[in-house]
Design a protein around this ligand. Structure first.
Ligand code: F6P
Length: 538
């Protein structure tokens, strides 16, 4: 039975004309009672239009949907991904201090620790120049070839943790567009480049095509013998990595209970580990572990993943806002919106519930965003004055890493806070009139000009604040979002861990390739597709 949102919808309808500022006026302690902390993170959701009764009703959803039981089932290795018959245990990859976890009666933690130790050793030795290229030279560059979850996690974290990089440079190739691999390889020396092929299945057409291109590039310099020195693989499919010619000692495997978009914590994180070192990678895992413990133990009204999920449900399913913007005031989180797009939209973009029935409400929201302050000068206009409400999720650190540039960090923080204040407060017609009148505008023109300068305000935002973007904090933030997606998925009654929706396009692309190549006719294709093929054929 899907959860029933009607009670919450009635509460929302009854209060829909209320201004968020009225909630602050009625409760001096609102900022405190509508925020929560976990191990140095502060999540403030007081600038939403949720009042105490609505909050209680939202928290009630967690019990109705059985979130605690499903959370415990996930952490303990039950096969909660039931359309694929799999456990969901990315949390095991960071369970550094926890007890063993069992899947089908077999403990998984020994294997997790063994793989992590092999990764540590490999990364250390590449960093120290002990594992060398075919020519005996230390590796200067690492090219990670992967797509989706085998790309977005490592590339997002690599950008985020730039101040911690002291190993070889990493480059990430994902797109099947030959321009991507061409532009990356063009600047590199094959004799000092390690290529990591990251693919859970080792069948993904983009990754395998790019891996073959990289192989040809290497072969030209190193000959056949070089391949075993220059290629490593991160995959669950050892048979396929062997067929490709990758030395089994350089294959880092993981289990099918690690979903692609949840895989950065294990072997898929290897390029990041090579770049920042095993110790910093361990801190990344420990940050995530801290969030796991918080999610499992904090009461719901102090539980960050639950609260983040409930604000998401409130804005999307209850208020009907179709998108949410993720706005990190942290340039190094430039790839976070893309990472969260996969995490949230591949996980919760489903049209049927676990039992195969049509969802009676909307599934997960469209997630999009860009670091501030850049977004301010691009799309914030629509957020402030557009006709649709877009809930915004701000993120900001107390400190930046850059010594001597503290004044820039102050400006960054001020901008972040100013945006959520502007979205809350707005500017009334009277205020706009006063501004225009002070500039000497009068009469009808004053009225017309003032109306363009009105900000409706009353637009909901949340803010996640933290000290400094360290590996530990990044681990906390990513695990926070993972669990938020999980909680939203449980409330919606969907399977957040499969992704059947990406299959049809893949199948059709394979079928279309010979049509595009001109070796097969397009019988059965629609007129538009045939017309486009005709135009694009060479
Ligand atoms: O097409 C979607 C997807 O299956 C993602 O879920 C996954 O992260 C990505 O493709 C890459 O898959 P793989 O790691 O098996 O190459």
């Amino acid at each position: 039975m899907p959860v029933d949102f009607s009670g919450l919808k009635s509460l929302q309808t009854a209060a829909k004309d209320r201004h968020i500022l009225d909630l602050f006026a009625a409760d001096d302690a609102r900022a405190q009672s509508f925020s929560a902390t976990s191990d140095g993170l502060l999540f403030d959701y007081s600038k939403t239009n949720i009042d105490a009764d609505q909050k209680a009703a939202l928290i009630g959803l967690l019990d109705t949907a059985g979130v605690a039981g499903k959370r415990d089932a996930m952490f303990s290795g039950d096969k909660i991904n039931d359309t694929e018959g799999r456990a969901v245990l990315h949390t095991a990859l960071r369970n550094l201090d926890g007890d063993d976890i069992f899947v089908d009666g077999a403990g998984v933690m020994d294997g997790v620790r063994r793989t992590l130790a092999r990764m540590d050793d490999f990364a250390d030795r590449v960093r120290r120049g002990e594992i060398t290229s075919f020519s005996g030279a230390a590796f200067q560059d690492v090219v990670n070839i992967g797509i989706g979850g085998s790309d977005l996690g490592p590339v997002m974290a690599y950008e985020a943790l730039k101040p911690y990089i002291d190993g070889p440079r990493c480059h990430f190739v994902s797109n099947v567009d030959g321009a991507h691999i061409h532009d990356v390889l063009r600047g590199l020396n094959p004799l000092t480049t390690l290529v990591i092929v990251a693919s859970k299945t080792f069948t993904t057409i983009e990754t395998m095509t790019n891996a073959e291109t990289a192989k040809k590039w290497l072969l030209a310099s190193t000959g056949e013998e070089g391949i075993s020195h220059h290629f490593a693989a991160l995959s669950t499919a050892r048979d396929k990595t062997a067929t490709f010619g990758i030395d089994p000692d350089l294959v880092f495997g993981f289990e099918d209970w690690v979903g692609g978009r949840y895989s950065v914590w294990g072997p898929i994180g290897l390029p990041l580990m090579i770049a920042i070192g095993p110790q910093n990678f361990a801190k990344f895992l420990r940050g995530a572990q801290s969030m796991d413990v918080h999610f499992k133990t904090a009461p719901w009204d102090e539980n960050l993943p639950a609260l983040l999920a409930l604000t998401g449900i409130w804005h999307n399913q209850i208020c009907g806002h179709a998108t949410r913007a993720v706005l990190p005031y942290e340039q190094r989180l430039v790839r976070l919106p893309a990472y969260l797009q996969q995490l949230e939209m591949e996980s919760n973009g489903k049209r049927v519930s676990m039992d195969g029935e049509d969802l009676p409400f909307n599934s997960g929201p469209v997630v999009w965003g860009e670091p501030g302050t850049n977004g301010q000068h691009a799309f914030y206009q629509l957020i402030h004055q557009g006709t649709r409400v877009i809930p915004c999720e701000f993120m900001v650190a107390r400190y930046g890493h850059e010594k001597g540039l503290e004044h820039q960090h102050e400006l960054l923080v001020s901008n972040c806070l100013a945006q959520s204040e502007a979205l809350l407060r707005g500017r009334s017609l009277d205020e706009a009139r006063a501004i225009m009148s002070a500039k000497g505008v009068e009469g009808d023109e004053l009225e017309r000009q003032a109306r363009h300068r009105v900000f409706p305000g009353n637009r909901p935002t949340t803010t996640l604040a933290y000290d400094l973007l360290t590996p530990y904090v990044l681990g906390q933030i990513i695990a926070l979002y993972e669990h938020r997606v999980f909680v939203e998925g449980v409330i919606l009654g969907i399977n957040s861990f499969d992704q059947w929706g990406v299959e049809l396009g893949k199948e059709l692309a394979v079928a279309l390739q010979p049509v595009v190549a001109g070796t097969q006719d397009g019988a059965g294709k629609d007129g538009s597709t045939l017309n486009l093929v005709k135009f694009l054929q060479v």
